[in-house]
Design a protein around this ligand. Structure first.
Ligand SMILES: NC(=O)c1ccc[n+]([C@@H]2O[C@H](COP(=O)([O-])OP(=O)(O)OC[C@H]3O[C@@H](n4cnc5c(N)ncnc54)[C@H](OP(=O)(O)O)[C@@H]3O)[C@@H](O)[C@H]2O)c1
Length: 299
């Protein structure tokens, strides 16, 4: 099977490529936007790095010409002066969907987020919902996988968690009472490859969350324990955090905004977890936390 991956230098992309290098039967075109990103990709005879532009749908279509499945990973949570939800989450998806439509690709896998909704008041959830809508309305054979926070070495979520758990005391948003269902990034890699192999007709949407529901404050305490530390978790008022974020992100033209705060403090609730339909055995949260804390200790 030949796969093309967009945003191949993302955390999910790097983990997926590392997994694919261990599998003889899969080869990949790894699409990135810059030489710098290209240089960060693993080197393997099964990985062909390519610089792509989402403004060139025809170029994307010719890149996809001999590909069975496209995995669309490019997307952001935090905007900056160069990148917005409109360009990274919506326009890039529109370009990929158009290119898939005009090629012989059999299946598209799109990574979305739990809470995506084209009518959401929150701009991030709305952008991911609009991107999902583009996929669904295109009529192509596709799988949408909605995920919660992803944990694994080098994910943004793991970096934030390890940073918090390494303190002796920390104040977190609203006391960190919001509920999370962290998913091991390697489990997402397995799910992506399952979807690539199954190539079901029409669009299928999956919500794939981790095996355990936990509040963020408990997650920090458990991670601190694995690091051999004790931590006091206090509360930062939400209104104050949002005020600071609004001022900061307006001045900087991006960064942590009130929109981002609303996303990360939203309870991650899943109606039906897709682990059984995708035939995935989810990694226990404790094992995922051991993996990221061991990595931190050895770095
Ligand atoms: N990490 C999570 O916890 C989480 C949770 C739910 C959903 N997801 C989704 O999973 C996917 C991968 O996430 P990740 O955390 O692995 O990503 P990541 O490490 O933050 O990487 C973001 C990727 O998006 C690309 N990108 C940024 N701006 C772009 C633009 N304007 N046009 C096209 N591409 C652009 C980046 O390319 P450059 O390096 O060239 O900027 C990079 O390849 C994303 O779609 C994300 O929304 C992630």
């Amino acid at each position: 099977m030949k796969i093309a991956v967009t945003g191949a230098n993302s955390s999910v992309g790097q983990h997926l490529l590392a997994k694919i290098t261990t599998q003889d039967e899969i080869s990949v075109i790894a699409g990135v936007r810059s030489e710098r990103a290209k240089a960060s990709l693993p080197i393997s005879p099964r990985i062909e790095p390519r610089i792509i532009s989402y403004e060139d749908s025809e170029g994307l279509a010719s890149l996809f010409a001999a590909v069975d499945c496209v995995v669309h990973l490019a997307g952001i949570l935090i905007e900056n002066r160069q990148t917005s939800y409109a360009s990274a989450n919506v326009a890039a998806t529109a370009a990929v969907v158009q290119a898939v439509k005009h090629s012989a690709v059999k299946h598209l896998v799109f990574i979305s987020v739990i809470g995506a909704d084209a009518n959401a008041a929150n701009a991030y959830f709305r952008s991911k919902g609009c991107a999902e809508k583009l996929v669904v309305e295109s009529g192509i054979s596709a799988s949408i996988i909605r995920t919660p926070i992803l944990l694994g070495p080098d994910t943004a979520g793991a970096k934030a968690l390890l940073g918090a758990a390494s303190q002796t005391s920390i104040r977190v948003l609203g006391g960190g009472h919001y509920l999370m269902r962290p998913l091991d990034i390697d489990d997402l890699g397995v799910a992506i490859l399952r979807c690539c192999e199954s190539q079901s007709a029409g669009t299928t949407s999956h919500e794939l969350a981790g095996p355990e529901t936990i509040s963020y404050r408990e997650l920090i305490a458990r991670t601190a324990k694995l690091l051999g530390r004790e931590i006091q978790v206090g509360s930062m008022p939400m209104w104050l955090a949002k005020l600071g974020a609004t001022i900061g992100s307006t001045l900087k033209g991006g960064g942590i905004s009130a929109t981002v705060i609303d996303v990360i403090t939203q309870d991650e609730v899943v109606k039906t977890n897709a682990d059984s339909v995708l035939g995935i055995s989810l990694t226990p949260l404790q094992s995922t936390l051991e993996k990221i804390t061991n990595e931190k200790r050895s770095s």
